[in-house]
Design a protein around this ligand. Structure first.
Ligand SMILES: Nc1ncnc2c1ncn2[C@@H]1O[C@H](COP(=O)(O)OP(=O)(O)OP(=O)(O)O)[C@@H](O)[C@H]1O
Length: 552
């Protein structure tokens, strides 16, 4: 031991969560987007050799599901959820969303865990009974304060809340309350002293302003069972069902073993396919990042930390809030029906171009506008820039195997016979050297669009170098130097981009015969792989990226 620090390094772990979605209708582009952000982060961590978990799922209780199931002729809402939750799995599988657990709030371990959370909050004095009157939104399953209610401008008999614009009705009932008001200043302190807890900054400021300007009131966290039939019973009082958000938010703990596992920090081994055992659940929880849409910020940055503190539990690391995909100026939403069907888009353009497109055309702070034309143009760019670069270097005119064997040896300098070209080559080598750590920083900060700009810029440089250097006019040694550098560019970028475009990256690496075991972060340095390219210039091999035809 060195002054108390163990010589054995602790393995880095990270747990990322998507929201769990309401299976009250088919999923759309927005759901895919949230899951994709998580998937890419999870794959990125795995690429770096870290341990990572990614959990997602469906939020299956509550009035919204009860009503949707009745509307669709189901007696039992569970049967309705059974039918619809699989649409979310199909969407995930179609887009290579590589989750470690898909949790359903109807799972037995989850129900047990939610009961535990309730009991802890109750025993510690944060839950009490009372009468609840106020403005209630069926659609949002939440009460809103008077200050957030306006008359509907198009229907004078209706009222709306200003947060989601959904209809509210005045309603009175007996139920259980959570002492949310107790946490107002505690949350302000916590968010101030943990500046990355809510990310990006604009959302942190939004929540702090909300807490300062509209002090928290206690929260009704149960509904009478005669009205809400589909939910978890309040422990010891079956006349009441739990408020769906109290139930749903707890999924994040269930998915890594539950409250007991986190409190006792005992190895947990029941649920995951990718790793056999969670050695230290509390480490995972301390490194948990929730990715959410801005519509559910209140629930995740105010309610959830308050529930956890009330139960005496630690908080997760971070809540990352993204903006919305919009259509005709409003949020794409199941209820409004103004949605883009990702499966239809996949049919025309493929999964990976969609993945890239969604990440390239948004940033956390701003809403994204889906334009199919841009998606088509992206497929063109893949084929004409990246695919073409690989196809050219794999032409039977050249010999990549020979080039790799010679230039992967550091002693053999990459020389070209012109000062301008040599400058281009040196710049490209420098760029490739800087890229992995640059992209790592962007990925950890959820700035994928910015990372992708660097990727395009590097591909463009390699294409320009190839064009200017004209290897087909050169002697073999110089020819080899040129195609080696171009293919090192493609090799390194393909390894880097595996988390974003897993299938396309694999095709690009397959085309230059990079061994499967040589696609990790250890091979991101130039000259790190000394054996690829064998047989890559044989006649008749397929182009790695095919063009698609324009749909609109
Ligand atoms: N338009 C969107 N853009 C980005 N993410 C979205 C969008 N719509 C939904 N999501 C993701 O799904 C989460 C909410 O899921 P939910 O099932 O409530 O979707 P919804 O389509 O808004 O449903 P509903 O219309 O029934 O409220 C959001 O927090 C976000 O993570």
């Amino acid at each position: 031991m060195l002054f108390g620090r163990s010589l054995i390094q602790r393995r880095l772990v990270s747990h990322i969560t998507s929201p769990i979605f309401y299976p009250n209708a088919k999923p759309h582009l927005g759901h895919l987007y949230s899951s994709l952000i998580c998937d890419v982060f999870h794959r990125w961590k795995l690429l770096q050799g870290e341990e990572s978990l990614f959990t997602t799922g469906t939020d299956e209780h509550g009035l919204k599901i009860q009503l949707a199931s009745e509307k669709n002729g189901f007696q039992n809402p569970k049967h309705f959820a059974d039918k619809l939750y699989s649409d979310f799995i199909i969407l995930d599988k179609s887009f290579n969303i590589n989750f470690t657990r898909f949790i359903r709030t109807t799972d037995a371990d989850h129900i047990k865990n939610v009961e535990k959370l309730w009991k802890l909050c109750h025993e510690r004095g944060f839950i009490y009974q009372g009468e609840h009157k106020g403005w209630y939104s069926v659609s949002d399953e939440t009460f809103y304060p008077e200050s957030k209610i306006i008359e509907d401008p198009v229907n004078a008999r209706k009222y709306l809340n200003t947060e989601t614009n959904n209809e509210v009705i005045y309603h009175s009932e007996n139920n259980y309350f959570f002492k949310l008001s107790h946490f107002n200043d505690i949350l302000i302190d916590y968010i101030q002293s943990n500046p990355k807890f809510i990310y990006p900054e604009v959302r942190r400021v939004q929540v702090l302003n909300e807490l300062r300007n509209n002090r928290l009131q206690d929260l009704s966290i149960s509904r009478p069972s005669f009205r809400l039939k589909w939910g978890i019973d309040v422990p010891g009082d079956p006349s009441q069902k739990m408020y769906v958000w109290f139930d749903a938010l707890c999924n994040y703990l269930t998915s890594i073993g539950g409250i007991d596992a986190v409190v006792n920090n005992e190895p947990y081994n029941k649920l995951l396919h990718t790793i056999k055992e969670i050695q230290s659940p509390r480490d995972w929880w301390n490194n948990t990042t929730h990715v959410i849409g801005k519509d559910i910020i209140r629930f995740h940055t105010i309610y959830w930390p308050s529930f956890l503190m009330a139960a005496g539990l630690p908080l997760p690391k971070q809540v990352v809030v993204h903006s919305h995909w919009i259509c005709n100026g409003t949020k794409m939403s199941k209820s409004l029906g103004n949605v883009v069907d990702p499966l239809l888009m996949k049919k025309y353009y493929g999964s990976d171009p969609m993945r890239w497109f969604l990440l390239e055309n948004t940033q956390l702070e701003e809403d994204g506008d889906f334009q199919e034309d841009k998606l088509f143009l992206l497929t063109e760019m893949f084929a004409s820039k990246w695919g073409n670069l690989v196809s050219r270097c794999c032409s039977p005119k050249f010999n990549l195997q020979r080039a790799v064997q010679f230039f992967s040896n550091k002693k053999n300098a990459l020389l070209v016979n012109s000062e301008t070209l040599q400058n281009e080559a040196d710049n490209l080598v420098k760029k490739l050297g800087d890229l992995p750590s640059l992209v790592d920083k962007k990925m950890n900060d959820f700035q994928t669009a910015s990372a992708l700009r660097h990727v395009w810029s590097t591909i463009n440089d390699a294409n320009a170098f190839m064009q200017n250097a004209e290897p087909w006019t050169k002697e073999p040694i110089e020819q080899d130097a040129i195609i080696f550098l171009c293919m090192e560019t493609s090799r390194i970028l393909s390894i880097l981009c595996q988390p974003i475009i897993p299938d396309l990256a694999a095709k690009l690496l397959d085309r230059i015969d990079v061994g499967k075991e040589k696609r990790t972060a250890d091979f991101l340095r130039i000259r790190a792989d000394t054996t690829y390219g064998v047989g890559s210039n044989m006649k008749g091999r397929k182009v790695p990226i095919k063009r698609v035809t324009r749909r609109i």
